[in-house]
Ligand binder design. Structure first.
Ligand SMILES: Nc1ncnc2c1ncn2[C@@H]1O[C@H](COP(=O)(O)OP(=O)(O)OP(=O)(O)O)[C@@H](O)[C@H]1O
Length: 299
């Protein structure tokens, strides 16, 4: 498993990571979420040795990560590090070679991955001739071609079309099934919600929420109701004690319910105001939990 243990990092007097601790277990897809500047890339760079922590440890299989263990990491950096003037195949073989993969094996794997991820390229195309999405697929292949034991991917899904997102998601799930732990950052919370076993939300360099999406939902409270009425005044819910209107679209309102207020009482209040079209509980989306968790950020 991959462990961040009280990792701290400052740039000048700016504390970017404040004793960040998290664990990515074998076979787990861990979604690393946080507002811009929260510290995700910095944490990943420390895991890969691009930056050094001021304090704390990153451990792989119980031992501090070093140059040797990093050769078994698959890393997709935020600054995509490919060579514009090389063909994708040549650079994939080059990257694989850095991790000790023989050229013939690397060429075979490169072709298989290019086919599988549907990278559109002509035989002589250099990387710069490819669309951004296709370049991104090549970057992902570069992080996978040595069949790594652990994956650290900085926004692997950004800029991909939905078909490419699905192809990439399938690849990550396949690695997870093999027992590979994957830490990936993303702002695409619907995708994180769909894919991840666990999610960590980082704010100002420390985790402020962590768990499965269901656990996060439960801790966010299930006290939201969605109610649609016809024939009621627009602001009918404002007069109901024990609730707060969090959204209103057309005839439908979403209400946050205070602890201890029974749904029956709200149902009765709604029915006295108009004809009931819909009444149901609403589970908060990961995006709602995210907004709640990052609210109050100093930045
Ligand atoms: N080399 C550096 N020197 C100074 N400050 C830095 C450096 N690298 C990162 N920072 C600062 O550290 C903070 C965290 O940045 P980081 O890139 O880790 O955030 P992030 O969570 O990945 O954000 P995003 O979602 O925008 O990619 C930011 O305020 C950034 O400006």
């Amino acid at each position: 498993m991959l462990e961040f243990d009280r990792v701290a990092k400052s740039f000048g007097d700016k504390h970017v990571l404040r004793e960040l601790s998290l664990v990515v277990k074998p076979g787990e897809l861990y979604g690393f979420c946080g507002a811009n500047g929260a510290g995700k890339t910095t944490a990943m760079r420390i895991a890969l040795g691009v930056l050094t922590a001021d304090a704390g440890d990153v451990r792989w299989q119980g031992r501090p990560v070093d140059a040797d263990s990093r050769r078994r990491f698959g890393y997709m950096p935020e600054e995509r590090g490919l060579y514009a003037k090389m063909t994708p195949r040549d650079q994939l073989v080059f990257f694989a070679g850095l991790s000790g993969v023989a050229p013939a094996t690397a060429r075979r794997r490169a072709d298989e991955w290019i086919e599988r991820l549907g990278v559109v390229l002509g035989p002589k195309d250099t990387l710069e001739k490819l669309s951004l999405g296709n370049q991104q697929k090549v970057q992902l292949i570069a992080s996978l071609i040595h069949d790594p034991d652990v994956l650290v991917l900085d926004e692997p899904f950004s800029g991909l079309d939905p078909v490419a997102v699905d192809a990439m998601a399938d690849v990550l799930l396949e690695f997870a099934r093999k027992g590979v732990p994957t830490l990936f950052s993303s702002h695409q919370l619907d995708l994180v919600e769909r894919l991840c076993d666990r999610v960590g939300i980082i704010r100002d360099g420390a985790l402020v929420a962590e768990g499965t999406v269901d656990q996060l939902r439960r801790s966010a409270g299930s006290g939201q109701l969605e109610i649609a009425l016809s024939g009621a005044p627009d602001d009918w819910a404002a007069s109901v004690p024990g609730v707060r209107v969090v959204a209103a679209t057309g005839a439908k309102v979403t209400l946050e319910v205070e602890d201890g207020v029974p749904a029956q009482r709200i149902l009765a209040a709604a029915q006295s105001m108009g004809r009931l079209e819909h009444f149901g509980r609403r589970d908060p989306a990961l995006a709602d939990i995210f907004r709640e968790s990052v609210a109050g950020s100093a930045r």
